[in-house]
Design a protein around this ligand. Structure first.
Ligand SMILES: Nc1ncnc2c1ncn2[C@@H]1O[C@H](COP(=O)(O)OP(=O)(O)OP(=O)(O)O)[C@@H](O)[C@H]1O
Length: 462
């Protein structure tokens, strides 16, 4: 049973309470809905024979999408289908294809790979063509051509996307390959945990399990290596992992914000290892590439129905220049604003300029604002901003929320009261308690210190 099916009763209950759906409506429209299938980021929902797909789509598609994201912490497209819909009468081959896709999906989950990041969805421009072709070569012949492959470039320019594309490509061609994508934060935290467990248990089983896990991999992708730098024990562990994998001709792919020689605190022996393979950089995209990326995103996310005109896209592409994550964020914000305004009229430049307000400051320089901190925390923990601002108490949400309280307080001059308002109406004492708790835990908890250090570098990379 997929996680979506497992959580379905909770999702519709959440929909019922959040949207105050009357029981007659709930029983007529929502209760009979069943999950037909979940493929990648799309949930196919079967509508009962007495209901109209169009009606349910119009009325409940968006609220349901939001509830799914809130409960599962992941966004899905929702597609309603009726029993006689062509899409659910698969031929023999499509059943096979579906099963194959499901198998690949579960392998990708194990490898920590996001299925949406593939070479097909990556737009190639002058800024990234070398990194792209090197990545493709590595994906086609892992361990054979460029080892290690070292990708570097500024924030939000597609390094992670390319790494996942390599991993997904390899798994698609060879489902038996042992692929593992890991951020250097996760790697560091695993080292810290294994060392801690080793100190309390004499057999040091945690450390040997850690080594066993990392040294039996065929393809190791390690993202944002700059964050392990300066931590002796982690560098040491990484050095040994690297050597073992390299000697066994296993593929290693590393990303960083700088080339190895410019990472000052990187140990010389690691620097020279990284320089043994191929180093490829990604720079900021030019205008044409930015336009192509916006168009690709419209295609992938099925946003054609908003009929966004070229002049509006061009306005976004001309103003958001140096970070593709922000380019995508501007488009999402534009659509969110349009929906909030009851979808009236056309999406025009005036609306686009409102959407861009948070993304560009006068000199196109990024300021450390509370909103930026919230965006970074949500992305880091893979949760939605709505969830962060909600009143949910589960630790997956409440912990990042407390981190937000702490970091906004530390990094901006916003008072507790203002932070509370920004975080969905929390009161002064809740915010103070959250921020104080993180400050206190930081003194004892090395893993938390590592995480906060990384978040701070993401907030202000300079
Ligand atoms: N060439 C591209 N084509 C399509 N989408 C892209 C491209 N480059 C980046 N993106 C998108 O931009 C967003 C940010 O990219 P990504 O997370 O890969 O950046 P990054 O370089 O790893 O950033 P960070 O330094 O923060 O780790 C992602 O949603 C990604 O899909």
């Amino acid at each position: 049973m997929s996680i979506v099916e497992e959580k379905w009763p909770e999702i519709i209950e959440h929909l019922r309470t959040e949207h105050e759906i009357m029981s007659v409506s709930f029983n007529t429209w929502i209760k009979p809905l069943t999950i037909y299938n979940v493929l990648e980021d799309t949930i196919y929902i079967l509508v009962g024979s007495n209901a109209s797909v169009e009606y349910i789509e119009k009325k409940y598609s968006l609220p349901l999408k939001v509830c799914v994201a809130e409960i599962l912490n992941q966004e899905y497209e929702i597609v309603f289908v009726s029993k006689d819909d062509e899409r659910i009468k698969p031929s023999e081959t499509t059943i096979e294809e579906i099963n194959y896709k499901k198998q690949i999906q579960s392998l990708a989950d194990k490898a920590n790979l996001k299925k949406k990041y593939t070479f097909d969805t990556f737009v190639v421009g002058k800024n990234n063509e070398f990194a792209h072709s090197s990545s493709l070569a590595v994906a086609e012949s892992p361990g054979e051509v460029y080892n290690p492959l070292f990708l570097y470039g500024g924030v939000g320019l597609g390094k992670t996307h390319l790494m996942h594309s390599i991993g997904n490509f390899i798994l698609e061609k060879n489902p038996d390959a042992k692929v593992l994508y890991v951020t250097s934060e996760a790697f560091t935290n695993e080292v810290i945990e294994a060392l801690r467990a080793g100190r309390t248990s004499p057999e040091e089983t945690a450390m040997s399990r850690f080594r066993e896990k990392y040294r039996t991999i065929d393809v190791l992708l390690i993202d944002d290596i700059q964050f392990i730098i300066g931590k002796t024990s982690t560098q040491e562990e990484f050095f040994h992992t690297f050597n073992e994998l390299y000697d066994a001709e296993k593929q290693i792919i590393i990303s960083s914000d700088k080339p190895p020689k410019e990472i000052e605190t990187l140990e010389a022996r690691l620097k020279s290892r990284f320089e043994m393979g191929l180093i490829a950089d990604i720079s900021s995209p030019d205008y044409e590439t930015r336009m192509a990326i916006l168009k690709k995103k419209i295609e992938i996310d099925n946003l054609e129905r908003y009929h966004i005109q070229n002049d509006v896209l061009s306005y976004i592409a001309s103003n958001v220049k140096s970070n593709i994550r922000e380019l995508e964020g501007s488009l999402n914000k534009l659509i969110a604003l349009y929906r909030l305004g009851n979808n009236e009229g056309e999406i025009d430049i005036e609306l686009a300029s409102k959407a861009l307000k948070d993304y560009i400051s006068p000199e196109n320089k990024r300021e450390v604002t509370p909103e930026l901190i919230i965006d970074i925390i949500c992305e880091h923990y893979n949760i939605t901003v709505e969830n962060l601002k909600s009143n949910k108490r589960n630790v997956e949400i409440s912990f990042p929320r407390q981190i937000a309280m702490y970091l906004i307080r530390e990094e901006t001059s916003m008072p507790f009261k203002g932070i509370g308002v920004l975080l969905g109406g929390k009161d002064h004492s809740t915010v103070k308690h959250g921020a104080d708790k993180i400050a206190k835990d930081l003194k004892e908890d090395e893993t938390l210190r590592n995480t906060i250090e990384i978040l701070l570098k993401k907030i202000d990379p300079s």
